[in-house]
Write a protein that binds this ligand. Structure first.
Ligand SMILES: Cc1cc2nc3c(=O)[nH]c(=O)nc-3n(C[C@H](O)[C@H](O)[C@H](O)COP(=O)(O)OP(=O)(O)OC[C@H]3O[C@@H](n4cnc5c(N)ncnc54)[C@H](O)[C@@H]3O)c2cc1C
Length: 367
């Protein structure tokens, strides 16, 4: 059988696209999803920990920015739980982030340094001590090696500062709802794909082969994707650790530390604290030293979120042009997901990426 579309990956981007196509083509399209894991939702998976659903990956939605996510959450529960973040800084004085960013944006506009990373650019104007305090104030370091322009204008530092407004997301419920009625083969990790005789053949690790007119890679850097995509988009590790306490504990607000690799700690319930929320080297060090126990659990993801490497001058492309090319690198091949959006690190980026190529994909499928 030759499917109309095969989607590799049953994370938010793959499921969202499959449901949109199913509704638009009124079931007249054969769609198959091949998923590596035994569950849907990818990096948004929640698990039960002492009677509480805790986030192993994605945490919250942003009220002002995550419009698709918010409307999906409203369909699950009209009563949206919203709050404004408060942050305690432990062991250092936070830097004036907004002022620093305004100055850097001005300097960048004056003299574009295309091939530098964000850290290299920052250090042209500030000391290494100020760089450290900048990273601590932000709470994460997931922009260190990223493109300057993407970091200055798209990263969204304001989301990590006190006062940002968030809403709770029921990730498992949402993903299970999105997966309703879809043909998903679990434990089907695609190993390689190739184009031959006007269709794509996908081979899975468990030795199966599937064929389709159109192939969509959803949410990860498949090894068969062209090398220019791998060169530009890089993954970075992220970690969350939780501990259950027999007696109630009080942390009150999220705390950012400068002294430990746990980086950020957040109260979940009276008895559960996220004892570490960190990325890059902090995550690598933390996972080496901490093992799961009866009362604590660590979720380390080597591929936590993604960022764009600097767009070198020789590429002669803007970010938008790169995304256009990378989302449709061959005529019947499409790529979607957080990694290939202008909202990296957020699920909204995964949904944005679907909208960006949707018309083009539909016109290929209708032809
Ligand atoms: C620690 C952490 C915190 C985060 N916090 C937030 C947050 O607060 N808010 C927010 O909105 N987002 C957050 N995110 C990001 C969010 O998880 C992602 O943006 C979202 O999951 C991206 O969806 P996706 O479909 O692009 O990719 P994924 O969710 O990664 O889905 C890709 C799917 O492809 C499957 N797959 C991989 N390889 C193969 C293969 N070879 N063959 C078949 N299937 C394969 C995977 O198993 C997965 O199911 C966080 C992520 C992490 C790790």
């Amino acid at each position: 059988m030759i499917y109309d579309v095969i989607i590799l990956g049953a994370g938010p981007s793959g499921l969202y696209l499959a449901q949109k196509l199913r509704q638009q083509f009124n079931h007249h399209l054969t769609i198959l999803i091949l998923e590596k894991n035994g569950y849907v939702g990818g990096r948004t998976r929640q698990i039960d920990f002492f009677g509480e659903l805790i986030n192993t990956g994605a945490g919250v939605g942003r009220v002002k920015k995550d419009h698709h996510l918010l409307s999906m959450q409203k369909r699950l529960d009209r009563d949206i739980h919203k709050w404004r973040s408060r942050i305690g800084y432990d062991g250092f004085l936070p830097v004036p982030m907004k002022r620093i960013l305004r100055r850097l944006q001005k300097m960048y506009r004056r003299d574009v340094h295309r091939s530098l990373t964000f850290q290299q650019f920052f250090l042209l104007y500030y000391s290494i001590e100020e760089w450290k305090r900048f990273c601590w104030t932000n709470g994460y370091t997931d922009f260190v090696d990223a493109d300057i322009e993407d970091t200055l204008f798209d990263y969204g530092f304001e989301d990590n500062l006190p006062g940002a407004e968030f809403f709770r997301v029921e990730w498992n419920k949402m993903m299970e709802k999105l997966a309703e009625g879809l043909d998903i083969r679990f434990h089907h990790e695609s190993r390689v794909f190739r184009y031959h005789n006007k269709c794509y053949t996908v081979e899975t690790m468990n030795g199966n082969r599937y064929r389709a007119r159109v192939l969509v890679v959803a949410g990860f850097l498949h090894p068969s994707l062209p090398s220019f995509i791998h060169e530009q988009i890089r993954p970075q590790p992220f970690l969350r650790a939780y501990r259950h306490f027999k007696k109630a504990v009080q942390l009150h607000e999220p705390v950012i530390h400068n002294r430990s690799e746990s980086q950020k700690q957040i109260q979940v319930t009276d008895h559960i604290i996220m004892t570490a929320y960190c990325d890059n080297d902090n995550a690598r060090h933390y996972v080496k030293r901490h093992k799961n126990t009866d009362h604590s659990v660590v979720f380390y993801r080597e591929i936590g979120t993604h960022y764009y490497r600097p767009l070198s001058v020789t590429m002669m492309m803007t970010r938008t042009e790169f995304i256009d090319k990378a989302q449709n690198p061959e005529p019947n091949l499409f790529v979607i997901g957080e990694m290939i959006s202008q909202n990296q690190g957020w699920t909204e980026g995964a949904f944005d990426s679907v909208h960006r190529i949707y018309r083009k994909l539909c016109s290929v499928l209708s032809s």
